[in-house]
Design a protein around this ligand. Structure first.
Ligand code: DGL
Length: 270
């Protein structure tokens, strides 16, 4: 008989966290995942610090009712602005993107693509410099990417032009690697790869996060009797319930159970 190891919670403003979920499932199957998409307030990336902090409070309160064993911050904007709030409010181990990837950066010239609110914090620059103080880091805000990716406008001349414009200042600075500092951006990896010179390495922070989670899981569970890889997925959205199963099908090839939830209401049942 098979038993899933853990209940893992993760969230994003929308479908961005799918890129994290995908990487995590590859490395850590045999778990049950609870994915919250705060679609009512998408996009997060142009919100103020106070707005993101309030969102982090609400999201962590909601997840405290979901009886999870571990939590993944699948949104860089919240990661950059309100990681401490999430960590303080949740009583389970919290795995974040920025903290996981920062120590793994080897290149001396690094570009970061992120939302305007993330770039304002300089969280990526600061986290990288903590480990390698001599690294040159250039951060580029990409306000147009998230709305385009959410609307599935990812194969157009329009997004190619937008992406080319965002990458230009970074390429001028001769970056050796490019961090995808918003979880929506790995969803347009084919487009970015096409524009980038072949010498520039693309870095998806979800890979480092998955590795950290795997180490943690290996220390907690025994995987000896596992033959099959099982995954259980549950999705929650704060609006647009009808569109979400199709999006999950498109990006993750699953038709999950999706529920509508209000984060403001208290007294949730799990
Ligand atoms: N995908 C999230 C991030 O990583 C939020 C993007 C947004 O809603 O603007 O920053």
């Amino acid at each position: 008989s098979f038993k899933l190891d853990m209940r893992i919670g993760l969230f994003d403003s929308g479908i961005g966290g799918f890129s994290v979920l995908k990487k995590v499932i590859e490395l850590c199957p045999d778990n049950s995942f609870i994915y919250l998409a705060d679609t009512a307030r998408l996009p997060y990336g142009v919100k103020t610090t106070n707005e993101i902090k309030k969102i982090a409070e609400e999201i962590s309160s909601w997840f405290n009712y979901q009886k999870i064993d571990a939590f993944l911050v699948a949104c860089n904007t919240t990661n950059a602005i309100a990681l401490d709030i999430l960590k303080n409010n949740l009583d389970v181990p919290v795995f974040d993107l920025i903290g996981s990837v920062a120590s793994t950066i080897k290149e001396s010239r690094v570009g970061v693509l992120a939302t305007p609110s993330t770039v304002k914090t300089k969280a990526y620059t600061n986290a990288i410099l903590e480990f390698k103080p001599k690294t040159f880091v250039i951060e580029q805000p990409c306000p147009e990417f998230v709305p385009m990716i959410e609307m599935d406008n990812i194969n157009s001349d329009e997004i190619t032009d937008v992406a080319t414009g965002y990458l230009q200042p970074l390429l001028k600075q001769k970056i050796h690697s490019l961090i995808l500092g918003c979880s929506h951006y790995p969803l347009i990896t084919p487009l970015l790869t096409e524009i980038l010179p072949s010498g520039v390495k693309l870095i998806d922070p979800a890979e480092s996060l998955s590795l950290k989670l795997k180490l943690f899981m290996d220390s907690k569970t025994n995987n000896f009797s596992k033959k099959k890889k099982l995954v259980d997925l549950k999705f929650y959205v704060t609006s647009n319930l009808k569109n979400f199963p199709q999006k999950a099908k498109h990006w993750l090839d699953v038709f999950p159970e999706v529920n509508l939830v209000s984060l403001q209401k208290k007294g949730w049942v799990s």
